[in-house]
Every structure is written in structure tokens, then in C-alpha cells.
Design a protein around this ligand. Sequence first.
Ligand code: NDP
Length: 309
Amino acid sequence: MAMLFLAPGLKASSWIKHLRMQGPEVDLRVWPETGPREEIELVLCWKHPLGELRNYPNLKCIASLGFGVDHILRDPGLPPGVPVARLVDEGMTRAMSEYVIAAVLNHTRRFDLFRQDQSQRVWRPRRPLHAPEVRVGIMGLGTLGRDAAAKLRLLGFPVAGWSRTPKEVAGVSCLAGAERLDEFLSRTDILVCLLPLTPATQGILDRRVFSRLPADAYLINAARGDHLVEEDLLAALDSGHLAGACLDVFRTEPLPESHPFWNHPRIVVTPHSASHTYPAAVAPQIIENFRRVRAGQAPLNAIDIDKGY
Ligand code: NDP
């Protein structure tokens, strides 16, 4: 029985090397060289061809090669009843928090404005925004949101978090549910989206949400491009209501050359680089899951398919 690497956009060699080191006994195949498809028990997926998952009749687990699983759940051929697992990794979590902190400080310490001044050789001291007076609001208090919240607290920012169900995080004001979203937004000067992409969160960063933020608020989206209604962001920036945005993810990736975000003076674009997956770090949990499902156990980090994350 075999494991299939089904991630056409990723370089397979490094993955194969680390997976083989961790699980020398595993029969590991790389799509499209699947061999007999009924032998595949675990599929490792990243942005696979949609519909492909229906071709493996004996699957025991579908495993994401990232934290998110939206790329798997959108497959119309998703076989019912097969558990879906995601990666959870300390290094990736740390990297995401670094990204969020860098984006927050880039804004509060005015680096983006200094950069513009520099391009014109203008010496213009600017007062930074004072951390204790800048309220950060994090949408999503899961693995990533909690870590970023705790680290931003240490830097002196007042932090609130918003989640689906009530949470308790030391030093963080936690609000939950759609009915508390406006309250959360009205006390947020820097909005950070770290939500999973689900039908409930698709397009959540829209005109309505922006209008509930205080004037001069700043947006950081490091979750998924489909969370953001891009035209609504442009309108909120151009009207002067929002001060700026730092975006790592986009509806279309790579961001098309003609896209207005590229040249917008108040948008920082990064190419889906907030957090990378390192095969060496996560190969042990993938092999562990293969062994678990073969032994009839539930995989680690299985998501709730009905919830979508
Ligand atoms: P988790 O599943 O650990 O946490 C998700 C959080 O979002 C939970 O607190 C959950 O609330 C909350 N949530 C989900 N749906 C809603 C909703 N409808 N309303 C309010 N809150 C909601 O996810 P992670 O923290 O691990 O990751 C989040 C996302 O970040 C990933 O799904 C992925 O898309 C993205 N990501 C982006 C990367 C990049 O490089 N740009 C890298 C890694 C991840 P509750 O707990 O109450 O259910």
C-alpha cells in the first residue's frame, strides 16, 4: 500500500528525500506515476488538479502540504468519509508571526513612508505610531492567530481576537461570533486576517467590514486571497478611510502584471511568502499519519470537514 505525492506545483525531490528518510518502508509515488490507483492509501496534496481525488478508491487520508485545506475541500471529487489532515508546525507558525509583526511595525514605524521619502532624497523625520495606542485586531484565534496575538502583546500593542467560538487567551480581548464582529472592528486600528477560507469567511474583508473600522485603519491579509473583496479595498483606500494594506495572498496568484495593487502607493504586496513549508520539519508528522491510518487510527491534525477547517 502506498502514499502519493500529488503537488504538481512543488519541487518533489526535497519532499521525497525527507519522506524517505523518515519512512524508508513507505512505498512513495509521485503523481502522475501513480501505479495501480487502488494501492494508494494516503494522498499528499497541494493545489492538485481538481477532480483527481475521485480516482483513488481505497484512500484512508488526504493530507495537505500546508496549514490550509481549502484547496482540498474545493475538489468536486472529494471522496466522502475520508479524513482530511493538515500540517501544524512550530516553525511555520513562528514565520507567520514574524510576517505579521514585520507588517505591523513597517506601518507603525513608518518604514513605507520613509522609503518614499528616500526615493526623493527627502529628509523628513516622522513620529512613529505609539504601540500602546495602536489596537491590533486578529481575525482567527487558531494556531496562527494565537501565536501572533501573544507576540504582539509582548511588543506592547493592545490586542483583540475574533473567532467563531469563545476563546480565552491571556492578555487578549477575545470576541466571538458574527454578532460581536462590529464591536471587534470598532476597536481595531490594524486588522490582521488569519482565518481559514470557508464559505462563511469568503469575501469577509469587504466594504461593510472596512466601514466599521476606525478612520486610518490598516489591513494585513496573510490568510487567503479569497477573503478579500479587492475592489472594496481599493475603494476604502482611495476614499481615505483606510491608511494602507499589506497583502500576502491574492484572488489570482501570481498577481497579474496589470493588477492595480502593484503600483498602489499604500499597498505592500508580498508573493504568498508569509510562511513556507520545510519538508525536513514536517516529514515526521506526514509519515506518522501514514502509519496511523494504516493501523486504523485517526490521523493527527484532522480537520472538521463540515466546518471546513
Ligand atoms: P486554525 O484552524 O488553527 O484556526 C482558525 C481560526 O479561525 C479559529 O480560531 C476559528 O474559530 C476561526 N474561524 C473560522 N471560521 C470562522 C468564522 N466564520 N468566524 C470567526 N472565526 C472563524 O487555522 P490556522 O491558524 O492554522 O491557519 C489559518 C489560515 O491561515 C489557514 O487556513 C491558511 O489559509 C492561512 N495560512 C496562510 C499562509 C501564508 O503563507 N500566507 C501560511 C499558513 C496558513 P474557532 O476556533 O472558534 O472555530
